[in-house]
Design a protein around this ligand. Structure first.
Ligand SMILES: Cc1cc2nc3c(=O)[nH]c(=O)nc-3n(C[C@H](O)[C@H](O)[C@H](O)COP(=O)(O)OP(=O)(O)OC[C@H]3O[C@@H](n4cnc5c(N)ncnc54)[C@H](O)[C@@H]3O)c2cc1C
Length: 257
């Protein structure tokens, strides 16, 4: 059989169009495919919710690939090991309470399990704005990352979600857009994003899970973003908090969906 390039092009265009149109009205839209966003998406998809995730970069995984300082091992504390087990990521005991996993295996297994559970991931798409109605975040404004990088004057498209999850890591991009543009007060002491504090793994890992919650009507913070919003410390290459935060937000959302 001869391969027809036009058929290949048509297959891609038709299939992607269908996928994108289907993603325009969902239960939950997650921004950022780091560990927190993907874990959150996995548990929602597993519960049969319609959930999509938009990632700016070509690859998923956020900051997890590089472990600590590009040594591709991650450390996970005892409390989060069961999540690695849940996904089937191999981990091994280092010392009591400290487990190690390969960061490449962690990202790839978490991603594949999430996609197989029904999470629809769109890479190369940047969230540049939010949709707000009656002081509630009701959706996202999307553009190609290539448009953003080339600084082209190209209008974005919009999608609707019952709930949005900001899992954009340190920059807390969605929360900052809401703060800057919508006039909505965030559920922090100041009503605004407070900015993350210096490294303190023990406190950071604990607060990241507590801070991963609804930060204004329709919008949840999840993972590193949550400490950037509420002013908790960063924690470096211990990743249990990110996994637990993803699970925590998914559980909260399942109560209200
Ligand atoms: C590229 C990168 C490399 C890092 N390297 C290290 C490291 O080597 N060692 C270390 O200790 N920590 C590193 N970090 C930080 C650490 O990994 C994070 O604290 C941890 O990964 C946080 O997990 P998270 O899921 O909350 O967010 P992240 O892993 O940071 O993932 C956030 C994701 O959101 C995406 N995103 C952000 N804004 C938008 C938007 N507007 N639209 C669409 N997508 C968006 C980002 O591209 C990213 O993939 C890195 C972070 C990043 C982003």
């Amino acid at each position: 059989m001869q391969l027809d390039e036009i058929k290949i092009s048509k297959a891609i265009i038709e299939s992607f169009n269908k996928k994108l149109i289907d993603a325009l009205d969902v239960d939950v839209a997650i921004v950022g495919a780091g560990p927190a966003g993907m874990v959150c998406g996995y548990y929602l998809a597993k519960a049969n919710k319609k959930v999509v995730l938009f990632e700016r970069k070509l690859s998923v995984g956020g900051g997890m690939w590089g472990g600590g300082i590009m040594f591709n091992e991650i450390v996970v504390q005892a409390a989060a090991k069961r999540i690695l087990d849940d996904f089937g990521v191999k981990s091994r005991l280092y010392e009591k309470g400290y487990y190690l996993a390969d960061s490449i295996e962690s990202v790839s297994v978490i991603c594949s399990k999430a996609v197989q559970a029904g999470l629809r991931i769109f890479n190369l798409i940047s969230v540049e704005d939010v949709m707000v109605r009656s002081k509630k975040v009701t959706g996202l404004v999307l553009n190609w990352t290539a448009v953003e990088m080339a600084n082209l004057h190209v209008d974005p498209i919009t999608m609707r979600a019952k709930f949005v999850v900001d899992a954009t890591g340190h920059p807390a991009e969605v929360a900052r857009i809401v703060e800057r543009k919508s006039g909505i007060r965030l559920e922090t002491k100041t009503g605004k994003t407070m900015g993350e504090e210096s490294m303190w793994a023990e406190v950071g890992e604990d607060t990241i899970v507590k801070n991963s919650k609804e930060i204004c009507p329709g919008l949840y913070a999840c993972g590193m973003c949550a400490n950037a919003v509420f002013g908790g410390p960063r924690m470096g290459p211990v990743f249990g908090g990110m996994l637990l935060a993803g699970e925590h937000v998914a559980k909260d959302l399942l109560k209200v969906l």
